[in-house]
Design a protein around this ligand. Sequence first.
Ligand code: ZN
Length: 165
Amino acid sequence: MVAGEVVDTSALISWPLEMLFGSLASPRQRNELTANYPERLDIIDAIDINWTNPNKENIEKIMHISKETGDIAGLSETDIEIIALAMEYDCILITDDYRMQNIAEYSKIKWRSVNTDGIKDIWKWEIVCIGCKIVKIMPESTTNQKNNLGQCVECGSKLKVRKKK
Ligand SMILES: [Zn+2]
């Protein structure tokens, strides 16, 4: 039986344990905790977290949606998995990441923020060169380097993500 909510890593790290009981999370998040917050993981392991992998179909669905909205450039594979879990198990997604909230909103997945108020509208993103202002094609894959999108092939300036008008 699946109860409760899908929690992102910041919820796993900062929420009181009683709020996490019975939550769903991806094994990839567990690995992140192993690497970065081993003491927290010891505590987390004492309660009943449901470490579950989403199926490929749902991962692909979320990948597709995040390409459409342009959020993909700021999302990690873990982020994609977490959203896919919420879709698959029809759970509420708990995240402060506005890109993840954006995808959830776009996909009609219910979400709640960990600490902040969250987004109010659906946003779309585009990548633009800060030098020649040419709008670039969105990358086809996720990235873990949220602030490094590479350089413009035309002029060599840095690229940045901006909200599409
Ligand atoms: Zn340029």
